[in-house]
Design a protein around this ligand. Structure first.
Ligand code: NAD
Length: 261
């Protein structure tokens, strides 16, 4: 199935997994609304290159996903720009690690706002038009941390478990409406979000970044390989296909065996 003529919002698409998903949708002929932070000139170039390469419209909205009013505006502006939003990918996310006793409450609030509540607000705004059109795809980027826990990630693990629960509820509420809502659970993917954790680990343990890299994988992923952003993007494309039309409220996991153990 081609996505020609359809339109997608991909939150947090100026980097990492979100950018790969936006590129994959554009390559399928889908118009894309980019979102996320970053250098404005770099974002403008990303947008132009993606549009030119794929012959689609690529717009950008810098909504801060911790702000409900800005999320509603992102959805409204996307609907106005493209004449509707068919696909919503809730991907923007941040990380912070510390034992719970030392976990700053403001970091808890920020992670819950961006990694969990933003998904509620975006779906709340986008779903009525999808239901009216009798077609829509909502894809929530959760994590293995939506299924299992690791120490020092209390806010992230709580938010991602919340995403799995939210996905189930929205899936049930969307049943038989032409709209599906599913989650993707990546294990380690080498993006700036994980690179920061590897560098922090190298520093804390006084080891090289290469060793920290290997240790990180060995600890969790028997395949000893990072999942690639493009592999997550391919799963997102699959979830929009007819082959996935009966998948509802569930998860696709790509974690190198992490949660099989
Ligand atoms: P990343 O740091 O490369 O990208 C995060 C994106 O979110 C960026 O575009 C950033 O600008 C945007 N963002 C952050 N705060 C924002 C805000 N307040 N408003 C708008 N945009 C904001 O990270 P990534 O690894 O590509 O992560 C993307 C998603 O994948 C996250 O939800 C993350 O939890 C999830 N994930 C990542 C991994 C991994 O190993 N990298 C594993 C599982 C799940």
């Amino acid at each position: 199935m081609s996505l020609k003529g359809k339109s997608a919002i991909v939150t947090g698409s100026t980097s990492g997994i979100g950018q790969a998903i936006a590129e994959a949708f554009a390559a399928e002929g889908c118009n894309v609304m980019l979102n996320g932070f970053g250098d404005q000139a770099a974002i403008a170039k990303l947008r132009e290159d993606m549009a030119k390469k794929n012959g689609v419209r690529v717009e950008y909205n810098g909504a801060d996903m911790s702000k409900p009013a800005q999320i509603a505006d992102l959805v409204a502006k996307s609907q106005a720009a493209f004449g509707g939003v068919d696909i919503l990918v809730n991907n923007a996310g941040i990380q912070f690690t510390a034992p719970i006793e030392e976990f700053p409450p403001e970091k808890w609030d920020a992670i819950i706002a961006i990694n969990l509540s933003a998904t509620f607000h975006a779906i709340h705004a986008a779903l009525p038009a999808m239901k009216a059109k009798k077609w829509g795809r909502i894809i929530n980027i959760a994590s293995t941390h939506g299924l299992v826990a690791s120490a020092h990630k209390v806010a992230y693990v709580a938010a991602k478990h919340g995403i799995i629960g939210l996905t189930k509820v929205v899936g049930i509420e969307c049943a038989d409406s032409g709209v599906t809502c599913n989650a993707i659970c990546p294990g380690w993917v080498l993006t700036p979000l994980v690179q920061a954790q590897i560098e922090a680990r190298a520093k804390a343990e006084n080891i090289t970044v290469e060793k920290a890299n290997r240790d990180l994988l060995a600890e969790k992923q028997p395949q000893l390989q990072f999942t690639k952003p493009e592999q997550i993007a391919a799963l997102a494309i699959f979830l929009t296909s007819d082959a996935a039309s009966n998948m509802q409220g569930t998860q696709l996991v790509s974690d190198g065996g992490w949660t099989a153990q």
